[in-house]
Design a protein around this ligand. Sequence first.
Ligand code: SAM
Ligand code: SF4
Length: 456
Amino acid sequence: MMIIDPQKITSLLSGVPFKVEVDPILDKALELKGLSLEDVALLLTVGAYGHIPLQNKIIETAGQVKEEVFGKRIVLFAPLYLSNECVNNCLYCGFRVENKKAVRKTLTVENTVREAKALEAKGYKRLLLVAAENPARSNVDYILDVVNAIYKKTGIRILHLNAAPMSVKDLRRLKEAGIGVFQVFQETYHPETYEKMHPSGNKRDYEYRLSVMDSAIEAGFDDLGIGALLGLYDWRFDVLATIFHAHYLKDKYGIWPHTISVPRLRPASGSQLTETPYPVSDEEFKLIVAVYRLAVPTAGVVVSTRESVELRREVLATGASQISAGSKTEPGGYKEDEEHYEAAQFGIDDKRTLDEVIEDVARLGYMPSLCTSCYRAGRTGETFHEMAFSGNIKDYCSANAVLTLKEYILDSANASKYACEEAIKKELGGMSDKNLKFGVEERLLRIEAGERDIYY
Ligand code: SAM
Ligand code: SF4
């Protein structure tokens, strides 16, 4: 079975008939059945024509699907950059080996704990560890030391990882150490563009990178994160290819990806790209988020601080379910708490703090969530997706969002307190299951009395 078939993707995109009907596709999506590759090709093509009423219909439906699966909750997290010492030369990245201006750093294990503690104090419970590729620096032994130290010495409850592909043996060790989601972006699924963008280093091997999720599954991971870096090649191709990859994982292993990220190319100090080869507009970005949501309804669609405040607000309604906040993209950035562009991977756009983002998310009518319970309660892999497909995960999401937001109010919140209290009241008010509501209220009292980390 081919992981992805570039020719088939091109022919699906060019084979969309001129006159199309999107309603039957959207009706199917509303039943949370996901979409075929043909359906996705059609929605992407309609989107690319810039037909506003149809685009709006797609986007509205994605918002409904998101609420059907996850309710109002929006999960928040931060990346923790471990190292920017990279052996690869990805043309678009500030960490690339030939960027001689970059100030290079690999945090000591002690300093990663300091960073994690700084983030914990701000209220984060889930972190995404991010590392450049360097066998002499951020190798698996180092990452394991970091993971063990952060779990042992901080209150961070789940660590995810975005790092280079590695052997099954190494991945197994990471899984055993408690990494939740293992995330690797293919960057572009278009082989010729991939080759141009990665002129040297380990990352040059397209097939090796493409097969990393197979290795992760063999190593025991069942929560996998995939994505394409938008802007390197035609976004319709890369979005359809990402969904092709998702179908492959489902067909071959019975597992949908746990997350699909939507990174869009940003200016980076020392990047070789003076302009974005295939720019993606904000309107197209919203549509992409929506199509991922419709095609793989149970995946977490992740939107980072690469995007503007305004756009991040808008994608909450178009299907995004996880957002980073208060991010720094240079190793050691949280302790120093200011941006050092010469050491950062790329510049971020949304520079608000976690508290500001939480307040905004709550005021917009969503439920900010710092929940990490599924990973720790065994609701992972297909168990998670089955519960989500049948509409059974959102009660957990709702209850755990309330409980973690209460902890946040008591331990870390600043200006957001009032908006958070209001969001909790509203969420409790909307709980139709009386037993659940009673149980959450009883747990809220326990949290007020000082207990922590109570979850469903
Ligand atoms: N070094 C590992 C790798 O490349 O897979 C993992 C970490 S890398 C720091 C994480 C991701 O950042 C990359 O997969 C890429 O998609 C993204 N990235 C790199 N340069 C970027 C840029 N200029 N703008 C936006 N995202 C970028
Ligand atoms: Fe290194 Fe990853 Fe940046 Fe490529 S994207 S230069 S592998 S850190």
